[in-house]
Write a protein that binds this ligand. Sequence first.
Ligand code: G16
Length: 545
Amino acid sequence: MIQTLPTAPIAGMKPGTSGLRKKVTEFAAGNYLPNFVQSVFDAVRPQGGLGGLTLVVGGDGRYYNLQAIQTVIRMAAANGFGRVLVGQGGILSTPAASCVIRQHHAFGGLILSASHNPGGPDGDFGIKFNGANGGPAAEKVTDAIYACTLKITAYRSTDTPDIDLGRIGTTQVEGMSVHVIDPVADYLALMRRLFDFDALQRLFASGFTLAFDAMHAVTGPYAHAIFERELGAAPGTVRHGTPLPDFGGHHPDPNLVHARELYDLMMSPQAPDLGAASDGDGDRNLIIGRGLFVAPSDSLAMLAANAHLAPAYAKGIVGIARSMPTSGAADRVAQALGVPCYETPTGWKFFGNLLDAGKVTLCGEESAGTGSDHVREKDGIWAVLLWLNVLAVRRQSVAQVAHEHWARYGRNYYTRHDYEDVDSAAAQALMQAVAAQLPTLAGATLDGRPVVIADDFSYLDPIDASVSKHQGLRIVFADGSRIVYRLSGTGTSGATLRVYIERFEGDAARHGLDTQEALADLIALADRVAGIRQRTGREVPSVIT
Ligand code: G16
């Protein structure tokens, strides 16, 4: 029976860079989840209502995923949706959800994930709405959702029993059909169309070795199906390949701290040809060659320079987009190719308009995100497949590809220093202190370096003319070096300060330096300008990438 149940606004439902992320305890309490889901439905409901429309639902398998999906299904039925497509076992990686939305011409989807944040009963949970293009809702939509959470008085649900999510098949809930689908099938079919699977099979048959760390998160089933079963990589190629509600107690963030085991393997004499990992919901990627970590900003540039080697991009790329804190390495490739490179705020949603308008083919972010116009999310497995396709055609190692790239385009030394779980007030005060200096810095010199830009980054969307302000404080020097300060929009406890530091090196004899040493002067300067140690009380960053 469809019911309209009374509720009242609950504080703290403002979506961040990637939907709403909170502790499981907060999500599971009272009407927190129903309030948010109803607010999404109210905010996105078209003129003609939701009647008969298709909604895609799935998540990264973390704790509370299954309960949340049952709630969403009941509420979707009560709100009039005609059809729900849900991944078997509640599983859908974020890029696969984007693929399913597009493939089945759905109205949109609800993706249940807190991405790379830890899971389990004491961990994090998250939810976000993606629209018909398969991409995260634009800021005006997330603002409208938030506005609905502030005035909600009732939500609609049914008293129907739980759906069996373990079995592929169709069930009726009130007037709505629920299709439990294979979470891998549509995505695999898309990957087959993009890449030369025959060449990749030959690559593995010739003895090429891959270590893929799924971090006990959502990519396990995708990686087993694609790398091992389709492409013939040796059994054991996929590590930690079973999704677990608490990710095995680990933090499913493919960086050099949380994917340390893979990093150590890749730096050892037993290193396979390629090491890769993906995060909780499968949209991020980590690429490590034998003895060489490829920074995400470099990976974007190298993939852009070589994309034409894969069938999907054989005709070339029309443009590149990167988030502002991402290094300028991709800009140099774009310039050489004669295509535009757009600089957007942090958050994949900002790429959506450019992709939909056909202005860019590849997009990337320093936060381990790379993707293309094949879906509207960043895509971890896709990035590994594109690297494999490039290596299969060039018949070179990752290190050879990287060194040849730097020799041709120069090297953008780049690092990100994260200070996690900093006192929120101290972090705000630090940002305000830097912001207060910006007007005097523009045109001045710092340590003998002329400053050409000192501002709080603001973005004018070239497609819909919307403006997004306060997207990070940047100090850009005349030689292109930069220091950027930003507060994370994805953390759930305290504040995370991110400091991004970059310097261009054109001299090939200086391309083999240690990154932290190459940037030591700027790192020290970044601390002096912001008083990081003094204000955060931290001597060293929590994570250095
Ligand atoms: C999300 C967004 C990314 C963005 C990242 C930034 O990533 O989807 O586009 O780069 O947040 O995170 P922060 O604000 O912490 O720097 P994900 O993988 O968490 O969905």
